[in-house]
Design a protein around this ligand. Sequence first.
Ligand SMILES: [Zn+2]
Length: 449
Amino acid sequence: MKPLAVILILLVGVAAGWAVATWDSSPPEVAWIDPPRIVGPKTEIQVEVRDQGRGLKSLRLLLRQQGRDLVVHEESIDEAGFLWTDGTLERRLVLRPSDMAPREDLKEGSFTLEMQVQDHASLGLWSRETVEQETFRLDRTPPRIDVLSNQHYIRQGGSAAVRYRVSEPVDSSGIQVGDRIYAGYPAPSGEEGVHVCLFALGHDQNRETPMTVWAQDAAGNRGRENFWKKVFPGRFRNRNINISDRFIERVLPSIVERSEEVRATSTPLETFLEVNGSLRRVNNRQIAELAAQTAATPLWTEEFLQLSNSQVESFFADFRSYFYQGKKVDEQTHLGFDLASLAQAPVECSNDGVVIFADYLGIYGNTVVVDHGLGLQSLYAHLSRFDVGLGDEVRKGQSLGRTGQTGLAGGDHLHFTMVLHGTHVNPIEWWDPAWVRKRVLSRLETPGE
Ligand SMILES: [Zn+2]
């Protein structure tokens, strides 16, 4: 073979190799990541561009509204230095309408984003371009809130109801009390835009705690409104409790055995303090988490029932000091009523609802929690026996089980409380037919007052 032919064949080979190495068989791809149809000023819009082969060369993002184009993003990317190295194969842009354009250039309503992407050329000759559009609707108007109920009287540790109308469909709404959120629900009456919310002022929140109605639309715009209210101080008692070795020896072993959260500590008193403190906090958190399982409609229609023929031994939010061998060893707040009747008395369900918990719960022993809807739940503790199971629909007066002394209980009694969206509230209001009718039912059922 002539040397010239060999050189020619080698050159063709090198050219072919170069072509194969740099050939880009596909155009760049543009993908909008879960594009939201309705966006607020701060809603994130994400777009991803990808290319195989030589990589991305240029990106241009246009904002189009009412026939006007605005360049939102423009970028050119260098080609990779060597044939065997990849260029930039991927870019993800995260954009918020408020960053894309000044307010006067991006108006409420429909707008289009157009992504134009080019890749680096195959053989330095053929570059490919991809253009993809996506349409959005900008909403920067927060929902307006019109409070329909008036005269909201709230006691520390107590509950209240608000009825309000929102000016547009909302994703979520409710009442904020300090750092606590109470969800509102569409009114049972079905009137358009009308919502109701049961909320509480915690026994541990002060009377000046700010309270507002809020509502958030699908675009994330949040509106707020004040409402007329008068706040009364809660009257809570101080109580001294004596802890004996006999009590510790009787109640602790089964609690420690059945609660994996409790660490084994050196002395019986230390174990008691662990149970009375950290386990109490853990159990209260578990109770608060049950709020998520509430029904969106009220499951009840009249006042709540107090255990028949029972004597009140402790009130809601009694502040307890614990003494051991004459020395103060602990302080805790008792979040419920202790009601004593006969031993093993039937525990009557306080109102219609659904059983969402029927199990052992640390210091509360055998416990039933009944959901009544709109975030309102009732709790029955220290039972010796269950008559109902998880998911049962229960009626007011129906037996849920028998009283007992499981958990941290000094004797046979029922520990009863109401819980509202995870906050323990004073049941005394819910037992009062006049309060329930005037302060709650009238707001759930009728427009205004
Ligand atoms: Zn109790």
